[in-house]
Design a protein around this ligand. Sequence first.
Ligand code: PEP
Ligand code: MG
Length: 740
Amino acid sequence: MTGTRRLLSRLRDLRAHGSAPLSTLVQLVASELVSEVCSVYVQRPGDILELAATEGLNQDAVGRTRLRVGEGIVGLCAATGTVMNLPDAQNHPAFAYRPETGEEPFASMLAVPVRRSGRTLGVLVVQNRTPRNFTDPEVDDVETVAMLLAEMLAGSGATDGSPEGLAATVPRLFAGTPLMGGIAVGPVVLLRSARPVIRLLADDPKAEQLRLEQAVVHMQRGLDDLFADVPHNGRAADVNASREVLEAYRLVASDAGWLRRVGDVIRGGMTAEAAVQRVASELHDRMRRISDAYLRERLADMEDLANRLLTALTGGEPVAHVPEGAILLARRLGPAELLDWHARGIAGVAVEEASPSGHAAILARALGIPALGSLRGMLDSAEQGDDAVVDADDGNFILRPEAEVRRAYIRAQEARSAKYAELATWRGRPAATADGVGLKLMLNVGLSLELPQLERTGADGIGLFRTEIAMLARGSVADVAEQAAIYARVLDEAGDKPVLFRTLDLGADKLLPGTVTEEENPAMGWRSLRVGLDRPALLRRQLRALLLAAGGRGLSVMFPMVATVAEFRAAKTLLLAEAKRVRPCPGTLRIGTMLEVPSLMWQLPDLLKESDFISVGSNDLLQFLFAADRGTPSLYDRYDFLSQPVLDLIEQLVVAAKAACVPVSLCGEAASRPLEALVLAALGVTTLSMPASGILPIKAMFAQVELASFRSVLSAIRRSGGTSLREPIATWAREQGIII
Ligand code: PEP
Ligand code: MG
């Protein structure tokens, strides 16, 4: 029996007796490979490699010797994922001396990364006194042991260093390269092409070779079926490019060279699947080092094929169900895989290692799937089923987006819908009722990618710019310069149209990564303007950025979640103080408040003296008015905007504001609902701010309404005293033939 086969068979015996301690494994490797030192370093949270077991170095160093990833030979091996074979390690420039290990006498060193599913879990090290290079068969043996060790470490929950617990909950933004434009919002499906290889060692190489050959035949048949379904329509250039990609792929599939290499590994005593995995990981290492785009694509194809072979051999990860509109996340993606997943109905793709000229990108364009590439580190942060956004128009991938960010993207997506095309004819017409009452229909936006909606919808301006959305999307509050650039872009795009900036409304369901809220009722807790007033530096920074962005143009700013006139006054004072410092000063400076907290209704006389305008935030106002959490789905329909208390409140506000000559608008979701918009206009709120998808339908609805006659109908309905006014209003609209 050769040394390798004997080592493998002893390792198998060891595993058969349950989980072997690392100390036994290192003893065995040291004795079978006749090396003086064998050590295992395990990766711990925080990118630390810790000496977890050793044979030959001082036992005292176990658990004490620690290196950062990238530090020393071991750290370098982990960081680059490559084998380090050094005859004289201590004279290598990266060597990091750790006196407690007692490793001075050992000159030669072989460090092999312990990796599983592309993640580095640790490093296996062998050392000898004699300065020499380790031979290829020796390297092969240590790599085989490293594979086994990877299974052991994965089973014991070793980490790859990502902060435990945190990664699974907080939103993450990754900047990527657009491969195919578009937006997709949906649950994540992680591409795991094959089950982890559990059976590594085999007794009968001939039987394994046979299994391999059968799997190759099976795989090739599968490819023939798959390629038959490639789209024939679409842009001619894309169709031709995708055909070329598949032809090249077919050539690789029939290439005997890499299959021969798999056969060699099988003869060394491994199972067919372990051998394929080993060759795939070698290919991956080679790919990392090759800069030639063509060769990289060939190797990527081979890797894709190796993964398909693994799936054929192990049965693959069962893909129980691909949820509607799912987003596929992959480290790398071969063309055949993309076709497979397209057939299963994915709506978007995010890939760690893919470029616009790559095969996956070419096919994504042919298939019309929004796709992003070059998303380093994305996969390690994602869990199956996480929510995600592929924004391939702006190159952003957002994992676990805040509800508000998600909604913003859904709005952006909706705005592309076919219905929108039908309504496009309303774009250039002014918003007015059939009897000539003019309205202002404005946009609620929060991301720069939504700005083109101004042009597309013909909206009269931006009635609510939610400044916190861009901060949530980038994961932190930007500095003054970056914020100023964001706001200046908004003003540039808006041109002559007015923009209302709302200061940061963070807290409640809009939490930045790392923010922990221990409050029982965060929606009524330390959020929004309360944070700004308690952390004036944060608010001042934003106010300065807004003033700088205006650069002499007009500026309108409003504050969210104001509960007392004193709070409004304090915020206004900060803004006026900043305005004195920033040059040029804005052409006009209008300072207003949102009305979201009902308490303001009893402070109207004072408030109206100080506020230049009021914008009703009906989403929050209703939750506080009815004490009904806006985020609880079961309460969604329980209280109606079209009810006496809400209408009475709006009416009182309009009457008081009119007397004080203070304009009132409404910027909650209610503005985009036709019946609500109609009632608001009848009550005198003729400036409505809403998501882009609402503008044209609302405009079309108003054009069909005689507002004067609806006013008297509404008065009669209110006098009749029913709890919900919705039904009688809807009946009237139906009878008038108003299409909503
Ligand atoms: C509102 O509360 O109605 C509002 C517009 O603000 P947000 O939805 O951002 O809380
Ligand atoms: Mg609000």
